[in-house]
Write a protein that binds this ligand. Sequence first.
Ligand code: FAD
Length: 388
Amino acid sequence: MDFSFNDEQKMLIETIRAMGEKENFKQLAMDIDARAEFPHHLLGKFADMDLLGMTLSPQYGGGGAPALNAVLAIEELAKFSPMIAAPVFESNVGAVRVIDLFGTEEQKQAILPGVCRGELSVSVCMTEPEAGSDLTSLKTYVAEDGDDLVLNGQKVFITGGGEASHYLVYTRFGDIPGYKGIGGIIVEKDMPGFSFGKQEEFMGLRGMPSCDLVFEDVRVPKKNVVLQAGDFSKLMLTFDIERCGNAAMCLGVAGGALEEAKAYAVQRRAFGRPICEFQAIQFMIVDMAMKLEAARLLVYRAASGAGQGLPSVYEASLAKCYANEMVVEVANAAMQVFGGYGYSKDFAVERMMRDAKAWGVAGGTVQMLRITLASFLFGRRFDQRPGK
Ligand SMILES: Cc1cc2nc3c(=O)[nH]c(=O)nc-3n(C[C@H](O)[C@H](O)[C@H](O)COP(=O)(O)OP(=O)(O)OC[C@H]3O[C@@H](n4cnc5c(N)ncnc54)[C@H](O)[C@@H]3O)c2cc1C
């Protein structure tokens, strides 16, 4: 097994670290959180650096890089803030990958080059008021009408809601029940009948656009269908790339928290000595590093296995589940190292703790991931519905 990065990957990491220093991303992260403002100004810069769409197909402006490169870039940027990493996440492991893998030629040409330039973005729209973990109960539906599909329904917690140019909406086709009736269509922001609810007020990830979507008789041309009813499994398989990106966010936040805690332990003094000389502090820091490194191996394995395609569902689920819990433990320990200052908004670890909590729900909860993992370990599905 080869655990080393190639020259391109080493250069990618170094370039992002240098940019973060030069542009003072630590301060930017504090400002984004305080003002709850998405860093739109980074889009042009990231596009110039070829960070946007680095994994998308080269014929549409992408870089054709393996998923691991995107994971490394997301991790490095998320050490400062997941909000700074968000454009790289969305353009490489988000819903746009579904269009790259399964979209029509026309859809790819219309969307992918704009995503690589930082001008367009695609939100993934699955969750509904009564269908989160139980996604296959979703009620949003399309009915055929000539060359159009007429879309009705509601989505909640949609990242990028109101800001993204395109929305990959998971919808039921007609009245086919269960997963067999679910496919994916592209809805454009300005389509009549498509509106947005109020911006969510989350505990962390402040600055991330997120809101409800409401579809009232939205006429969507049939050419906007990415995956037909019955292709639900393809939609979910592609989602495993997003899971690697989610886990990379966790590596980043935990890595940032570990760096903050180490630096603080060296400079903070108690009982006439730096607190890093107390074994209790050393062991907390060592445990943080140990958990982070273990998560890294799982996430890098899942992303490496994906290559330019899709990761194994087992590896991606394992990596996301472990990283989701690891980041909360590491951020929590970092706060403890900071004592009272860790609870203050003047220090980054307080924000990191709030940001850490999101990932074990977004992209599928750790409980649902365990259900997927159990089905692999036992070699059979466990239907969650009563009486099954
Ligand atoms: C920051 C953030 C960003 C998000 N971005 C998006 C997005 O861009 N697009 C999108 O579509 N959605 C998004 N979501 C929504 C997210 O995917 C859902 O919140 C998540 O899937 C859980 O669904 P729910 O909130 O309805 O919880 P529920 O499904 O109601 O679950 C409630 C609790 O019950 C548990 N539970 C449910 N069923 C079972 C079971 N069978 N066994 C054991 N435990 C169970 C869950 O694990 C959870 O702890 C986002 C959420 C957050 C917090």
